[in-house]
Design a protein around this ligand. Structure first.
Ligand code: AMP
Ligand code: MG
Length: 432
């Protein structure tokens, strides 16, 4: 038997080793979760604020706690059209005739007092008259004459009545700092009579594309040229997020041009995003220029697509050098830039919604890197979810993002998926 050290070793000339996307293990890459953690820990949420009229505050981040100045509802009132009476007049064993002494409308309360054996006709939202605590709905009443009616048994004391302050009590905390204002919040604030609120300043995000091959729409394509699409998908994702966008166009693959663009962008934005030029090609200058003018925190993530992502600082601005490939731009934006911008804007770390779905076909994944495949999520008649991938998954196949409605998350420990296995998906719908 051969001992280990006796195994003949082939002597080969040593070649300089460079990491490539095909490497099985890449020790310079950090994990997706670690990259997200490092990004978030580098960010201090915006604290500047401004005052806005209520409608203009939709989608903005609240910069003050809202304490209710009122009770909502402001008075105990009827939840039904019917009659109001005292629960002491509810019959226990057989029906009973009551005298109707007036009517209470929403906005026009009944002024008198209701005594034993009496009731008041009442409309939804009308304040409960003095002496009443219970409402019987109209459909359960037998009207005998204009002012006599009969009620049956099996009513519950206090039924169909909305108590003062049951939704919001005066002096209670309603909405907290950091909350993103949703449509219901506009309604709540209006119900409290609040017409203006303090909201945080929106993050300012400057972005540009890099690449000598890139042409803008309207320009003629020369040989090997392509239209710049990344600026448009970035514009779309940023706009839906509600940040202030500063589109700085296309910058050539030249260190001096990049230096100028970096300085200009960093002077006007909280976050600078570029695409392209972050790999190891001869025209990839983002990393050297960033380390010259700012700092690189990391530049490689064990993921697919989107491995060469450069994160760092450029003056006061946070810098994201996204890869050039159009799908990688969108994947890295959603996985890293989106949570960073949400945290910068609100101080809240939002965990993206994920679902489990049954995979309809096998999926390949190489353990050790996190793969974000583009999937189509569907809900069956039984309410269960299934998912399938959208054809070709190359990082240049932008139609895969357009056809997809979710990412299929194959994490670093996943060695592939069989048809019928359950996988975790991240619906696009829940991303912004
Ligand atoms: P790079 O990372 O600069 O080597 O770019 C990788 C690939 O993405 C190349 O095929 C580029 O032509 C392409 N690419 C880079 N930037 C853009 C852009 N803004 N729009 C469309 N494709 C791009
Ligand atoms: Mg390039």
């Amino acid at each position: 038997m051969l001992k280990l050290k006796e195994i003949p070793v082939m002597q080969t000339e040593k070649l300089p080793v460079q990491d490539s996307c095909a490497d099985a293990v890449d020790h310079q890459s950090i994990r997706v979760a670690e990259a997200r953690r490092r990004i978030l820990s580098a960010i201090t949420p915006i604290s500047d604020y401004e005052k806005l009229a209520l409608r203009d505050a939709l989608g903005r981040i609240l910069a003050q706690d809202i304490i209710s100045p009122l009770n909502v509802p402001s008075h105990t009132n009827s939840a039904m059209d019917g009659i109001a009476l005292s629960s002491e007049d509810l019959p226990a064993t057989q029906s009973r005739v009551l005298e109707m002494i007036g009517t209470a409308y929403a906005g026009v309360p009944f002024k008198g007092e209701c005594r034993a054996g009496q009731c008041v006709r009442i409309m939804t939202g009308a304040p409960m008259p003095t002496g009443t605590d219970t409402v019987i709905m109209q459909e359960q009443i037998e009207f005998l004459t204009a002012d006599k009616l009969r009620i049956g048994i099996a009513h519950r004391p206090g039924q169909n009545v909305r108590q003062v302050g049951e939704d919001i009590g005066q002096g209670t905390s309603v909405l907290r700092v950091g909350r993103q204002i949703m449509p219901a919040d506009l309604g709540i604030l209006a119900s409290l009579g609040i017409g203006e609120i303090l909201v945080r300043r929106r993050p300012r995000v400057a972005f540009f594309s890099t690449g000598d091959e890139l042409r803008s729409i309207g320009e003629t394509l020369g040989e090997g040229d392509i239209y710049d699409s990344n600026r448009y998908s970035l514009y779309g994702m940023l706009s839906r997020l509600g940040v202030e966008v500063l589109d700085l166009g296309v910058v050539q693959d030249k260190p001096e041009a990049l230096r100028n663009a970096f300085r200009h962008a960093a002077a006007m934005a909280d976050v600078v995003i570029t695409s392209g030029g972050v790999s190891v090609g001869d025209a990839d200058y983002i990393k050297p220029v960033l380390s010259e003018l700012g700092e690189i925190a990391f530049w490689k993530i064990a993921m697919k697509p989107g491995r060469p992502l450069t994160f760092g600082k450029l003056g006061q601005a946070h810098f994201f050098g996204l890869p050039g490939n159009p799908v990688a731009v969108m994947v890295t934006f959603y996985q890293f830039v989106l949570p960073a911008l949400q945290y910068l804007a609100s101080g809240e770390i939002k965990k993206p919604l994920t679902l489990r779905a049954i995979c309809t076909a096998p999926l390949y994944n190489r353990p050790g890197r996190f793969e974000f495949q583009r999937g189509v999520l569907a809900q069956g008649e039984d309410g269960g979810f299934t998912v399938s991938k959208t054809g070709k998954q190359g990082s240049g196949i932008l139609t895969s993002m357009s056809h997809a409605n979710c990412f299929i998350l194959l994490d670093e420990d996943c060695a592939g998926v069989q048809a019928g296995d359950s996988v975790i998906v991240q619906p696009f719908e829940a991303l912004v």
